[in-house]
Design a protein around this ligand. Structure first.
Ligand code: PEP
Ligand code: MN
Length: 336
């Protein structure tokens, strides 16, 4: 249950409502979000009688929510959320494409890739500076030096950026250099990290964990929202199945399903979703067909020399062809 309070609700009225909830054996969480004062009530729904709260002073409305994720649910917010990253909007009719290399390897490498993706129509840049690699012997990223390169190129090309944060201790430095924080698949249930990004007001790109159910993924979003940050964009990036010919199995059915369950925008990462550049464009086209709110795609000017994820990186030429297809497909999709 979510209780939406009048904006003019006094501290005394709020305290009285919080006390009533606690006394009935339920747990209240108070926060201010979407310009409203909100109390999320957690506990056995049979114990909540919404009528008991509806008429209390200070209460505007009471919404019963059947899913375990509350703030992220469509039951709570029927209109689709538009999440802004500078002037780029996720969740609107235009589908933004984020592109760039898996990792920032150096200034020239990153700048070349960035110029190519901008030319092709990408509106945001990606590039990892802190890389969560499966092997401790693989390239771990340029860290702060990588972030400085990202910032310099972002300023030069006037494009917003996203980069992964893997450790609560690095949130401050990453936030200073990028416009959107990425929580990677490996950290989707790193609750300490989620609670810390919740304290920032930076937009967050929350990737689905490789073995996370849709409910677990939405509960991860709920952590960020309940902590005070409503600016979450979800990213389907493939899940682990028995299949070995692909790196992951891209679950495109998750796109319309999550859009039905939640008001948050959902974008798709066909690069990590497949692991193979040959499959990236077909799956990117399919993602737009499925109604995705955008894409994030790895592009490298010389994939065979990439220090990470070369096999799944598109060349600028193939990326540019894909962008033309996406533009054409987008025009025939009427169901946004
Ligand atoms: C990435 O986008 O750089 C990345 C590591 O992706 P994921 O967390 O989805 O594996
Ligand atoms: Mn990668």
């Amino acid at each position: 249950m979510i209780i939406v309070l009048n904006y003019a609700a006094t501290t005394e009225q709020i305290d009285r409502i919080l006390l009533k909830i606690s006394r009935s054996g339920l747990e209240p969480f108070y926060l201010e979000q979407y310009g409203k004062k909100i109390i999320t009530v957690i506990g056995n729904s049979k114990a909540c009688n919404s009528d008991d709260y509806q008429s209390l002073p200070g209460v505007e409305s009471v919404v019963l929510i059947t899913t375990p994720f509350k703030l992220a649910s469509r039951e709570f917010k029927q209109s689709k959320s538009i999440i802004k990253v500078r002037d780029v909007e996720f969740g609107g009719t235009v589908k933004p494409v984020i592109a760039g290399p898996c990792a920032i390897e150096g200034y020239e490498q990153f700048r070349k890739a960035a110029m190519a993706v901008k030319e092709a129509g990408a509106v945001m840049l990606r590039g990892g500076a802190y890389k969560p690699r499966t092997s401790p012997y693989s390239f771990q990223g340029l860290e702060e030096e990588g972030l400085s390169i990202l910032l310099a190129v972002s300023r030069e090309l006037n494009m917003p950026t996203v980069s992964e944060v893997t450790d609560p201790r690095n949130i401050e430095v990453v936030s200073r250099h990028v416009d959107m924080l990425q929580i990677g698949a490996r950290n989707m249930q790193n609750f300490v990290l989620l609670k810390e990004v919740a304290k920032t007001n930076q937009p967050v790109l929350l990737k689905r964990g490789a073995s996370a159910t849709i409910e677990e993924w939405l509960m991860a979003a709920e952590y960020i929202m309940a902590g005070g940050n409503p600016n979450v964009v979800l990213c389907e990036r493939g899940i682990r199945t028995f299949e070995t010919y692909t790196r992951n199995t891209l679950d495109l059915s998750a796109v319309p399903l999550v859009q039905h369950l939640s008001h948050l925008p959902v974008i798709v990462d066909p690069s990590h979703g497949t692991g193979s550049w040959r499959l990236v464009s077909p799956m990117a086209r399919a993602a737009i067909g499925a109604g995705a709110d955008g894409l994030i795609i790895e592009v490298h000017t010389c994939p065979e020399e990439a220090v990470s994820d070369g096999p799944q990186s598109l060349t600028p030429h193939n990326f540019s062809k894909l962008m033309k297809d996406i533009a054409a497909i987008s025009t025939v999709i009427t169901d946004n």
